[in-house]
Design a protein around this ligand. Structure first.
Ligand code: SF4
Ligand code: F3S
Ligand code: FES
Length: 230
């Protein structure tokens, strides 16, 4: 549908959608919660680019042309701008949970280096907007791949847990087999769209791929049959 609305000072795309809802189309469906780039629910495609509607200012767009706002293409549409992203939550449930080693301090707590904490902290910034999932060609262009490919958001989760200094589980077999890490050909489109500026490819996916190689193809580890984690 085509709508026209006033573009006021400082407005973002979500404001324009709300104005259209208020004045012209009360049943226009869109999902949002925080309007501050933190809940991850207002994801859409704006002029073909996966973006948060609440963080895309109208003055960054060419308003001499119509602004095209569409639902994320990688997920089934429910209504208007709302898509069914529940597949992502199912994928997440299949990842082995955090399992910390025994406390190492007398007071029953743990010690970890600041460097290790910083490394996983970047991954904790994810707001689960699923824009990276939407843009990744493995999911975007091939609906069937959802069976075999978890997508960048969950490679990030695998990396977050696998690099956690207190965690004792080994998820590298699952990352490679069930999650399809090998299908990622490092196009880096996921990193480009992440509103939290997480370096998904360089800091999570590539190190995870290296860890998988260490686990399965390290000849010394293979010879003695050992693995760092269980
Ligand atoms: Fe969104 Fe970035 Fe998290 Fe992907 S990694 S879901 S783009 S915040
Ligand atoms: Fe997809 Fe990101 Fe890999 S866009 S192909 S997961 S680098
Ligand atoms: Fe929360 Fe946009 S409304 S991220």
């Amino acid at each position: 549908e085509d709508y026209q609305t006033e573009a006021g000072e400082g407005m973002v795309v979500l404001d324009a959608v709300h104005a259209i809802q208020a004045e012209q189309a009360p049943d226009l469906a869109c999902r949002w919660n925080c309007k501050a780039g933190k809940c991850g629910s207002c994801s859409a495609e704006i002029n073909g680019h996966p973006k948060l509607m609440c963080m895309t200012r109208l003055n960054t767009l060419d308003l001499t042309e119509p602004v095209i706002v569409e639902p994320m293409r990688a997920f089934p549409p429910i209504k208007d701008l709302v898509t069914d992203v529940s597949w992502n939550f199912e994928v997440k449930k299949g990842i082995r949970k955090f399992r910390p080693r025994a406390p190492d301090a007398a007071d029953g707590t743990w010690r970890m280096s600041q460097r290790d904490a910083d490394r996983v902290q970047e991954f904790r910034k994810c707001i689960e907007c699923f824009l990276c999932q939407d843009v990744c060609h493995v999911l975007r262009d091939h609906e069937d791949n959802k069976e075999a490919f978890a997508g960048p958001r969950f490679f990030l989760r695998y990396a977050e847990l696998d690099m956690h200094p207190l965690d004792t589980s080994d998820r590298r077999d699952r990352a490679q087999d069930a999650a399809g890490l090998g299908m990622c050909n490092i196009t880096k489109c996921c990193t480009e769209v992440c509103p939290e500026h997480i370096k998904i490819t360089d800091n999570a996916i590539i190190p995870l791929k290296e860890r998988v190689v260490d686990r399965f193809y390290d000849p010394i580890a293979k010879l003695f049959g050992f693995s760092k984690k269980r």
